[in-house]
Design a protein around this ligand. Structure first.
Ligand code: FES
Length: 118
C-alpha cells in the first residue's frame, strides 16, 4: 500500500542526544557498596558500566548528570537500571510498571529469585 511505504520512510527517529534517560536494563543491579566511598550512579542509562557512570552522558545526554552518593554503611543494595526510579539511585520498583511479566506470576517469581538468589 502506498501510504504504508510513505510511513516507512517518514517515521525514522533520529535522536543522537537526549535529555531523557534511557533504560539500561529492566532489572535493578544488585551491588555491594562500601561505607564512606563515593559512587556516581548513571542517571542517563548510556553507561557501559551499569549501574555506575562511565562518562557517556557527556556525549549521549549532556543535560543529565550522574548522581553521586556515599553510603554510610557497607551493604548490598539494588541500584536502579531502568532509570525510572523516583528514589535514585535505588530501585523503587518502577520497572514493574506496564511490564507484562508483572502480570505473569511464573516469570515474576523467576526474576525475583534472580534478584534475591538466597
Ligand atoms: S554515563 Fe550515564 S550519567 Fe554518566
Amino acid at each position: 500500500h502506498k501510504s504504508n511505504v510513505l510511513m516507512a520512510f517518514t517515521i525514522v527517529p533520529v535522536r543522537l542526544q537526549s535529555s531523557q534517560p534511557v533504560s539500561a536494563a529492566r532489572l535493578p543491579c544488585r551491588v555491594k557498596v562500601s561505607a564512606g566511598r563515593r559512587y556516581a550512579w548513571c542517571a542517563c542509562g548510556h553507561s557501559k558500566k551499569q549501574p555506575f557512570c562511565d562518562g557517556a552522558h557527556k556525549a549521549s545526554a549532556p543535560d543529565i548528570s550522574p548522581l553521586r552518593f556515599t553510603p554510610d554503611k557497607d551493604q548490598t543494595v539494588l541500584l536502579c537500571a531502568c532509570k525510572q526510579t523516583k528514589n535514585a539511585p535505588y530501585c523503587d520498583g518502577s520497572h514493574f510498571k506496564n511490564s507484562t511479566f508483572f502480570q505473569n506470576p511464573a516469570i515474576f517469581l523467576k526474576l525475583f529469585h534472580k534478584i534475591f538468589p538466597n
